[in-house]
Every structure is written in structure tokens, then in C-alpha cells.
Design a protein around this ligand. Sequence first.
Ligand SMILES: [Zn+2]
Ligand SMILES: [Zn+2]
Length: 300
Amino acid sequence: MEVTFWGVRGSIACPGPETVKYGGNTSCYEVRNDNGDIVILDAGTGIRKLGMKLMASLPVTCSILISHTHCDHIQGFPFFIPAFVPGNKIDMYSPKQFEKSLEAVMIAQMDYSVFPVRVAELSAEINFQNIIEGPFEITGFNVLSQYVCHPVTSSGYRVEADGKSMFYTGDHEKFFDQYHLGIKEEDIDPDVKAQMQTIVDAQNARIVQACKDVDLLIIDSMYTNEDYPAKVGWGHSTIEMNLELAVEANVKNIALSHHDPTRTDEQLDEIFIWARKMLNDLGGKDIILTIAQEGKTLKL
Ligand SMILES: [Zn+2]
Ligand SMILES: [Zn+2]
């Protein structure tokens, strides 16, 4: 199995001289098994270039797993050339968002008021499927959909093939006590707080279990612990929280991704240095640390 990073940026594409090294495209990852079957994780702006590459070998047959339909995870799809070509087949999967089906969101994104071509005019065979939590199979891969905290509905995916495994979180924040967010400590009933913490711990334990022993964990690392107090509930974890998760889940390689759009190449290089030291200090010196970088391929 091999994984190629096509878009590693969160929220909005940010091309420019300060993002040349790690890239400015939004979320998109290509996973191939040894048989050449393809599953694409999210359809941010990075999927445009991936589509151009796939056109070299027709017909294109692939699956696309959408973590959630926030724009930075779907906005590249209208520019995915294989969708325009007859004979190609694309199976797309996503949990529903606010009761809206994946198909409804994609149709809205390609309404004439937004884009010059409608979904109905795409010539490839495109199948939209709404999924819930749990295991399912797609061509060439076993998949587990695991809801994460964004806090809106969003699915992480464990993908397995050829005896290898990876987990992609999509956008994800470590579960926390949302019930007491913004309430003063003195106004909180300690019993209720303890009950909530039990639920939160159980939710986080399920995430650890879903990531257990994977060969690669691609994880939303938008913030640091220093950024976090002002961003609680915004739906993204911190690098420090993610390193702890990597150690607890015993992953082989952790790829920090969904970089904040303001993060420069220089800052990401600095993050690698301190995160490597922190991972060692946490007992994870055998874990490979990767800063997700557009164009890079990892063989698992
Ligand atoms: Zn995002
Ligand atoms: Zn999001």
C-alpha cells in the first residue's frame, strides 16, 4: 500500500512563496493497494492535480471517502477531470451533514449559481453513498468509518489492504466536555462534571482503538497547545495531543497534516524539530514523525 499527499492544508488554499515546500492545497490523499486499486481521502483542491495524473490511464475507477463536507474537503471535486469522462466510475462516500445527503451537498456545490457545470452533466458514472459508523468494503480495501469530534459529524477512516493499515482523521478535535464549555468552574456540579468526563474518556478511547497499531496515522494538527485555549470547540486538535495519541495507539508513522493556512514552511520545519523531541520524551522514539508535504509518497 502507498499513500501520496496531494493537499495537506486546512481551511483554505494558501499558495505563495512561504508555502512552497509543504504546499498550499487543501485536503486530499491518494491511497493505492498493491493491485493498483485507488481510494482517495477527501476532495479538497489537491484532487485537481491528482485527477490530471489519473487521466493517463483510462478508464479511471476509484472510491472517494469524504470525511465531512466542509468546503476545504470537497471544493476540488468540480475540477476533478475523471468525473467529466464517460467510462470512468467514481464511488463517493460520506456521513450526512445536518441531515443533508452527500449528493445534495455536491449538487449545491455545482449549482449554476456557483459553477458552470452541474453534477447531472458529469459524464462519468458517479455513485453517492451516505454512510454511518462501522466497517464496510470498497474495491480493494477494507474500511472502518469512525466518527470523530469536529464537533459536527465527521468521519475518520481506517483503511486496510495487503496486510497494511492506515487511519485518516479528517478534521478532528480530541473529545472534550462540550456540555460545560464556557461555564465558570464554581457553577459546575462536580458530579455532573465527573459523569461527563467518563463519557469523554470513553469517546477518546474509541479513537485510540480505531488507530491501534496502524502503519500510518494522518492526523489534523492545525493547532499547538499554545494556540488551543482560544480555539476550544473549533474542531481541531493540537500537535501535542496528537503525539500522545500516536504513542497510546502504538502507530508506526504519524503524519501531521491539515496545517493551519498561516503556518509557513519555516514554522513547519521548526515544528518538526520540537515535535520530534516531544515524541521521544513521550516514549515514542521508534515512531516515525512526518510533516505532511504535498507531492510526497509513503510506502507502507
Ligand atoms: Zn478542514
Ligand atoms: Zn471541517
